[in-house]
Ligand binder design. Structure first.
Ligand code: TYD
Length: 202
């Protein structure tokens, strides 16, 4: 059996990544792959409980980073590592790049501290492919469905998202082999075409 791959979806809130996850999962399934889709923070029962706290409770920014990595440890142990060991493909809606972008870029937590946690929690695991859905801030803000209750992050100011987006783009430059930047201002059929090309090249 051929080995599965670990694909992560990233982008600031409102970048539109979530709508494309099902599309990529379907593409892979059409190619006969067994696909597990999951998300962070979350993906396990404990992780989903932590997600509730992370998205709605005020906390120290280091507590936030530690809980993100705590949820991630459980996610790796219960879902990601076993699925990859079986040869499945794993698609995660966010992973460690989100912590660098949101807690590091947005909240300005020292990157070196996050690197320590990353080495602790997944010293030997990185995504094979990270799809970064990139949009200017104004577009992302327009896309946020403000009719529903916004979570703690979605209520952040423009400066927070400018810094978050900049850190995502910096990481894409730092890790060019695994990152693909998708211009998420393009019409959906164009984004799908791009995703089809990327999946075909895997
Ligand atoms: P998101 O993935 O956007 O889900 P939804 O589409 O349901 O709103 O929500 C998760 C939020 O958590 C998002 O605002 C980014 C934030 N987040 C971090 O700040 N750090 C992290 O490490 C992760 C995984 C997410």
């Amino acid at each position: 059996m051929s080995a599965g791959k670990f694909i992560t979806f990233e982008g600031i809130d409102g970048a539109g990544k979530s709508t494309h996850i099902a599309f990529v999962a379907d593409l892979l399934r059409q190619r006969g792959k067994h696909v597990v889709t999951t998300r962070e923070p979350g993906g396990t029962a404990l992780g989903e409980s932590l997600r509730e706290l992370l998205l709605h409770e005020k906390m120290h920014l280091e507590t936030e980073a530690l809980l993100m990595f705590g949820a991630r440890r459980e996610h790796l142990a219960q879902v990601i590592d076993p699925a990859l060991a079986r040869g499945d493909w794993v698609i995660s809606d966010r992973f460690t790049d989100a912590t660098f972008a949101y807690q590091g870029g947005g909240r300005k937590l020292d990157r070196a501290k996050l690197e320590v946690l990353e080495k602790w929690v997944h010293p030997h695991r990185q995504p094979d492919l990270t799809l970064l859905f990139d949009v200017p801030l104004e577009v992302a803000r327009m896309r946020l469905d403000t009719t529903r209750h916004l979570d703690k992050f979605e209520r952040e100011k423009a400066e927070f998202f400018t810094a978050t987006r900049a850190e995502y783009l910096r990481r894409a430059e730092q890790f060019p082999l695994r990152f693909r930047i998708i211009d998420s201002t393009l019409p959906i059929p164009d984004v799908h075409k791009k995703l089809e090309e990327i999946v075909a090249s895997l």
